[in-house]
Design a protein around this ligand. Sequence first.
Ligand code: NAD
Length: 439
Amino acid sequence: MRVSVVGTGYVGLVAGCCFSDVGNHVICVDVDERKIAMLKNGEVPIYEPGLAEIVHRNAKAGRLEFTTDLEYAVAHSVVIFLAVGTPQADDGSADLSALLGVVERIGALMDGYRIIVTKSTVPVGTHRKIAQVVASKTDHPVDVVSNPEFMKEGAAVDDFTKPDRVVIGTTNPAVVEIVKQLYAPFMRKRERIYVMDPASAELTKYAANALLATKVSFMNEIANLCERYGADVELVRAGVGSDARIGDAFLFPGVGYGGSCFPKDVSALICMGREADYTPLISVAAHETNQKQRRLFAERVLSVYAPDPAATTLAVWGLAFKSRTDDVREAPALTAIEMFMRSGMTIRAHDPEAMDNARSQLGDARITYHDDGYDALKGADGLVIFTDWQEFRTPDFELMKSRLSRPVVFDGRNLYDPSFMKKQGFEYHSVGRPTIRAV
Ligand code: NAD
């Protein structure tokens, strides 16, 4: 099949590449000329495990094209996926301006029937807006399908090619068959397709993200209670997660959720409620708890150096919002680092993949970036860990201690065993567990 994907970011690039990898001819479109030039040159602008190989393989085979020319894409494909960003607007709602702008142009360029498939996360009812915008530009017929994306950054290729489910939101059975055909190669063991009306499909995405965000915020709340009562949240987590009705995924306490999805999608869901004169209280609480959790962790670090923060140098491991990605959007590390720098601290930062993206947000004043994690520790008064990269799990503790000028570790991901850290001679702060003081 010939398909186009508009928006070549984390979702669009992965979707486009994976569709081409199973034999489709895919045109990836983006307004970002730099990104398209890089891709045409064989460079992949984002870090996503396994993605570069797929890009190279399919571009070489001529099945995967990159262009800024939307007209070319619309002329050469009947199925057009929308994967542009839908960031948070100032009022917390989803900003649909890029998406509806693309739709308007597609409408104006259509020379016949088209199927517009929305992969971007969009509020309930957007399918109707899209149909209206197209109808305002052309008399050619269009089907608008909601096909929300559930991939996780850091495992996006795997999630796309082995999805838990594919949601197809349309009431047209012929269109269901066409979209199903595209996903059939990823459903060889068993079909995991859920066909529903577009409004239900649009809401399914928000409901899934809000529920996952709620699990994280709930466990952070329990972690904060653990700290106040001397309990250990890791034991509580294991005990709670063993209940099959609850499950053990997404129960990890920490520095609060971040990324380009949970914060903005929970906010957008709250706005959707508000517009319908209904307050989704659980989502409001998940959001507020998350904001508080980010502050609590940073404030704890600041309190340890309270007398003279300006004389403090902190090493930071992990800048991305989670491991296996270079994405720093809404990353708890960045919010905390900004707080540290505002208080006068100097930062020595390390992340395996996200340093360029972090630098463009944090700049170079009061902060240095280090390719080697141990280099970042040199002369620092403590180490703060924000991201659970695999390589941070079993570091060389001896070297860590020798590089730090004070053996203090703030572990926002509970990577280490407190009693082990005590034996190693660290002052060790984690989340929802007793603090280990240096002897
Ligand atoms: P992104 O910012 O990485 O990519 C969006 C791309 O769209 C950018 O390359 C941008 O240049 C391009 N773009 C913007 N305006 C355009 C236009 N007018 N024409 C063509 N291209 C344009 O975003 P993303 O993380 O891939 O997210 C895309 C959508 O998918 C969002 O709605 C997001 O909520 C949703 N989503 C994201 C994830 C995720 O993990 N990142 C997962 C599921 C769903």
